[in-house]
Design a protein around this ligand. Sequence first.
Ligand code: TRP
Length: 450
Amino acid sequence: MSTPRGQFSSRIGFVMAATGSAVGLGNIWGFPTQTASNGGAAFVLVYLVLAFLLAYPALMAELVIGRHSRSNVVSALGDISKNNGVRKIGVGVGFCGVIVASLILSFYTIVAGWMLAYLTESATTIVGFSSASEWLTTQGETRNLIFGGIFAVLTMSIIGGGVEGGIEKWSSRLMPILIALLLALIVYVMTQKGATEGLKQYLLPDLGQISDPKLIISALGQAFFSLSLGVGTMLVYGSYLSKDESLPRLGAIVTVVDIGIAFTAGLLIIPAIYVAQHNGVQIYSEQGNLIAGPDLIFQVLPSLFSSMGAIGPAVSLAFFALMSIAAVTSSISMLEVPVSLAVEKTQASRTKATAIIGTIILAISTIIIFNFEALFGLVIKVTTEFSQPLLGIALCLFAGWVLRRDYLLAELKNGHPNIENTLFWKIWPAYVRIFCPALILLTFYHSVVA
Ligand code: TRP
């Protein structure tokens, strides 16, 4: 006899968990830096369009399938159809989702470990341990292993606590802190010289770049990554949602909050870059591009913090706390994808399943750490640029073609009895069947293959 499935205790609990999953390093680091290196507000514009046109409908596909099936991603996709062939495809897509979610977590853990190392460094600087600070901020396999390991244990201990006692409890505690830290940092950075130049760069579009295929694929990838789509994360969170809630409404809230926080993070990061420049920090690479990758977070911003005088280490502490919190509420949602499968398919307890799967993923992170040059960028590219959009298409097709229309309607009526009369029901079912997969494919083809 299996234990009863977990469920979020309230609407706000789900919103905290799902926005916690969505809001992560992708929002606070990825979005602002992609914006900065892709024509400023032109990127923001394309991103907004793609997020509402493609990512929101795909998010709805996951939430509907998840709540309808009330199970992990493999069983959910496998059980929609009675047809044996379709069933096998569903199981295959589900497994791909589980693998991609685990691979994303394996590189995410490494990056989150860097955040924890810099968080610790801010603390050691405040108390004056300068040799520790030196080690903490120097790239090294041992440091990466230790802090990746600490982050993995944190993620596992939350997931081990279950849906309500782990995911919901910690997301509800951490998300308000995240927003408070973000706003406090923005207010502080805005008072610094150079910030307005950054604001201009961020908000005035360079429309010449708008049809650049690279910009479009970056925006699509960013939207799918930011909303945690394609790998079953949102499907699994949807499966823990009460039948009294309106899915289109909750999906819209999650989308808007995710976009809102990404946009707000831009108000912190881009002005901070220009404040750094004002303080004499190098913000362009030798090729003349704005530094946007790891060097931005781990060189430009730390130099900015040390140029701020006595308050610098405190600002640094707040910034890396923000990054670490953003990372942990996201990583738990990735780990939940394989763990929910293991718990529901085997006799294992949640604690045991979490420990075993968490260790396997940490082992993958370790392999990446020791073969960093060869693997790190490759894993990111294969999972986020290729797998996520393609799996997103598969999930739309399952919601649109495999899930029968009467089931779809019945599921959406739960928590939204008059759904038939809404614009959502008039547009979305056809949209998710044809337009959404076609548009994702087109964007993908246009930018990756062509
Ligand atoms: N959305 C998160 C971010 O912006 C990352 C994330 C969480 C994710 N779960 C995911 C990405 C599942 C892809 C798939 O950082």
